[in-house]
Write a protein that binds this ligand. Structure first.
Ligand code: HEC
Length: 449
């Protein structure tokens, strides 16, 4: 089933009928379940879930002929140009339902986390001095991501039946692409390079009230078979810099780096005692130098690629290699959730070489980070959406938990002691109505660490 964007109402309506299927469809098609207070005159976010049902042509992918290992900057430039071409046009301004030139979609099942005006979800906060030496207060960061038609096609296969998603053998096709805009509450007084950046009003406060935010970082991920010797994906990022040449905000996006491999052997010892640096990546030395003066020193662990907003103990590709489906709900506050967090850490302990090597493996798209789970091909939005869905089923329709996965449920050691389907954590439901992070398990949230 597919829906036109105009069919989707903001704030979840009541289900069309009784029972599980109608409730699941209503949840799925909801754009945002969060409150909106103020923001007069602002347009509301509408999720776009009208996924292509046939594989889109992948012939016009402008990065395909660029050798990323030799020309990383050119490759990055082609990625950015493709993503902003139609969507950044002022008449669209990332309202992808208005884009008639190219087809884009959102990832489903984030309605409990998406704020009402731009569909943004909570990201990791920027600690004092993480963005700039003048940053005196913690900044809040929120983001919204978009998939191209090739990516949307595979997401559509998962959610063809909105009440019974299918994740078995999930894989993206060559050319699947996602771009994500990260906005911050940091002020230009504390972070001067944000001067003149693009501003959005977003309803990020828990009471639904709005804040003015500025574009700080643009993330891109692409499935490219030319990188199949590594993980088959490239991750790159840009930072807005007021002092960069260029007439528009988009021209002032400076490339930060591009990674196609995780440099699995770059441990703390290799980095600190043998001068090791990442080889399966390109990092813009001018950007890296600016961040080296800050307490964090590096953007990603031991100089790996990551964005200014990101956890400096992690890196793009490695964190995304953790995308998987447990085949069941993993509810907060349960022993299974503690096990899941240990098996699938958000970031490694930098001085534990075994932990670093495990985190920075070069996994293939069909190999899961945790053996015995279904890999979700580097998409943390697909895995986060599935996790949110499974948590909702286990809480609102626990009797359906066993019927709604086409992959076997992962067996946690604690399973004998506590059954997730019999003792749902009541805080999940309460929380999922209000707080940005609830309804899913923390392995798939970039927010906290
Ligand atoms: C510590 C974990 C972590 C790191 C590091 C990280 N991400 Fe993500 N990323 C996430 C999570 C979780 C999501 C899904 C939720 C969301 O969109 O906020 C996500 C979503 C995305 C998306 C949307 C599509 C998708 O794959 O889910 C893109 C594109 C993306 N990230 C790119 C990047 C890039 C580029 C970097 C490095 C500059 C990066 N990420 C670093 C956790 C991470």
């Amino acid at each position: 089933m597919s829906f036109a964007a105009s069919d989707l109402a903001a704030k979840c309506p009541d289900p069309a009928g009784p029972g599980y299927v109608a409730a699941a469809q209503t949840q799925f098609n909801c754009s945002s379940a969060r409150d909106l207070v103020g923001g007069a005159g602002e347009r509301e976010f509408r999720a776009r879930f009208d996924f292509p049902t046939d594989p889109p042509s992948a012939v016009n992918l402008p990065w395909k002929n660029i050798k990323f290992e030799e020309q990383a900057e050119a490759y990055l430039g082609a990625l950015l140009a493709y993503g902003i071409k139609d969507n950044s046009d002022p008449s669209i301004d990332w309202r992808i339902e208005d884009n008639t030139k190219s087809r884009w979609c959102h990832a489903p099942w984030f309605h409990n986390q998406r704020e009402r005006l731009r569909g943004m979800t909570l990201e990791r906060g920027a600690r004092i001095k993480e963005l700039h030496s003048g940053q005196k207060s913690q900044a809040r960061n929120w983001a919204v991501g978009f998939y191209n038609d090739v990516g949307c096609y595979s997401i559509g296969k998962v959610w063809k039946d909105q009440a019974f998603p299918k994740t078995k053998d999930f894989a993206f096709l060559d050319g699947a692409y996602s771009i994500k805009l990260l906005y911050t509450t940091a002020s230009v007084a504390e972070v001067p390079y944000l001067t003149g950046s693009k501003e959005w009003i977003a309803a990020i406060n828990n009471d639904g009230s709005v804040e003015r935010m500025r574009l700080l970082q643009v993330d891109i991920a692409v499935r490219d078979t030319n990188a199949d010797n590594f993980s088959g994906w490239l991750f790159g990022t840009f930072i807005y810099d007021a002092y960069a040449p260029g007439a528009t905000v988009w021209e002032k996006l400076v490339p930060v780096g591009l990674m196609w491999g995780n440099d699995p052997d770059l441990t703390s010892q290799a980095y600190e005692e043998r001068g090791g640096t990442p080889k399966q990546a390109w990092l813009n030395p001018e950007v890296a130098r600016k961040f080296f003066d800050l307490p964090r020193h590096n953007l990603g662990l031991h100089g790996r690629v990551n964005g200014p907003v990101d956890n400096f103990k992690a890196a793009c590709l490695a964190c995304h290699g953790r995308a998987l489906d447990w085949g069941r709900a993993v509810l907060r506050g349960t022993p299974a959730n503690d096990e899941a967090n240990a098996l699938l850490p958000l970031a490694p302990s930098p001085y534990d070489d075994a932990s670093v090597k495990n985190y920075f493996r070069n996994l293939k798209p069909n190999v899961p980070f945790v053996a015995g789970t279904q890999p979700l091909d580097f998409s943390l939005q697909v895995s986060g959406g599935i996790a949110n869905f499974r948590a909702w089923v286990a809480t609102a329709f626990p009797q359906e938990s066993g019927n709604t996965s086409d992959v076997p449920p992962y067996k946690f050691k604690s399973d004998g002691t506590t059954s997730f389907s019999q003792t749902p954590d009541p805080s999940i439901m309460r929380a999922s109505e209000r707080t940005p992070r609830a309804g899913g398990n923390e392995q798939f949230i970039r927010g906290e660490d």
